[in-house]
Design a binder for this molecule. Structure first.
Ligand code: NAP
Ligand code: LUD
Length: 283
């Protein structure tokens, strides 16, 4: 059986057309959706992602404000920026790019963001709502992963989904979202025994670890949908956590790196910003 590649760039381009028209409709009502992104420090990968987010906003007509702060910025200073943005009526979404430098308590920063502007979906209010199945701003990467899986046309309900990784930004929320779509979900992590045997049971396999070549064809059930979330730089090349060539021997569908989950993360950020702006207008 031929492995089909799920093209995250193509899906993103399609979705961004729809987002663009939603932005236009908001503008006709006098509302320009606005996103503020705060970047602290000089991490080169973060700088690239923030730049991509800014460009994507401009393309669909979302107003974007990037605040670049010094590596040594104190927690108090960062909190002051967030309070200012919480009160700013031109800003509907606030994102603080992670990771933050060690002098800053990440949870304290996330907790300070107005949940209605938390377009990352990382605030405990949004996380809690996700957990109990209430409407919320959903985290961008997991939301993008669900859309990529839906793109295969295969139903999620009843499938065994195996998620490798349990971070708050990817593994845990994507497992909850797969559960909400009625998959039977197994979550694996660094202490999991027999990882390969468990992974091989997955009709859907989501890999979010950050280790190149962690997963090869021996981890994959024939015909499975494989979503590679990992972003690793190896010899100046970008690779995921899955050995793509080898996985193609057995997978039914697979997302590439680059061009899979990454572009969808940014597209879902645009969608969440529009959602946040649309909600504000209804209030
Ligand atoms: P993270 O916070 O470092 O979490 C990694 C997870 O992998 C942890 O739960 C860890 O287990 C688990 N793990 C580590 N080694 C393992 C092993 N040998 N076997 C099984 N599980 C193992 O990472 P993250 O933020 O979730 O990101 C994961 C990857 O996705 C990174 O490469 C990141 O760059 C990428 N990413 C991509 C996007 C995108 O948009 N494309 C977005 C976010 C992240 P423990 O909990 O036991 O430590
Ligand atoms: N922090 C994220 N930190 C890191 N890949 C991203 C990401 C785009 N607060 C907060 O944006 O959602 C976040 N919110 N994250 N990430 C990772 C994570 C955050 C990762 C990759 C990409 C966003 C992306 O565009 C491209 C691709 O996979 O095709 C490649 C881009 C390249 O480096 O060339």
């Amino acid at each position: 059986m031929e492995t089909r590649v799920i093209d995250g760039r193509e899906l993103s381009n399609r979705l961004r057309e729809d987002i663009k028209s939603r932005v236009e409709r908001l503008k006709e009502k006098g509302i320009t959706p606005g996103l503020a992104v705060i970047l602290v420090g000089n991490d080169p990968a973060s700088a690239v992602y923030v730049c991509n987010k800014e460009k994507a906003c401009n393309k669909v007509g979302i107003y974007s404000q990037v605040i670049r702060l010094d590596e040594n910025t104190s927690q108090e200073t960062l909190l002051e920026y967030i309070y200012g943005l919480n009160a700013d009526k031109t800003i509907h979404g606030i994102l603080v790019q992670l990771p933050l430098p060690p002098q800053i308590d990440t949870n304290a920063i996330i907790n300070a963001i107005d949940p209605a502007k938390d377009v990352d979906g990382f605030h405990p209010v949004n996380m809690g709502r996700l957990m109990i199945g209430e409407d919320c701003l959903e985290p961008c990467t997991p939301k993008g992963i669900i859309r990529l899986i839906q793109e295969t046309g295969q139903p999620i309900a009843g499938k065994h989904a195996v998620v490798i990784g349990r971070s708050n930004i990817v593994g845990k929320p994507v497992a909850l979202m797969l559960l909400r779509h009625n998959a039977t979900v197994t979550i694996c992590h660094s202490k999991t025994v027999n990882l390969k045997e468990i992974a091989r049971q997955g009709d859907i396999l989501v890999v979010a670890v950050g280790k190149p070549n962690l997963v090869d064809s021996s981890f994959i059930k024939p015909g499975a949908i494989v979503v590679d979330v990992g972003i690793n730089r190896v010899d100046d090349k970008l690779v995921g956590d899955v050995n793509f060539q080898d996985a193609c021997q057995v997978a039914g569908w697979i997302t590439p790196v680059p061009g899979g989950v990454g572009p969808m993360t940014i597209t879902m950020l645009l969608e969440n910003t529009v959602l946040a702006a649309e909600r504000k207008w209804v209030e």
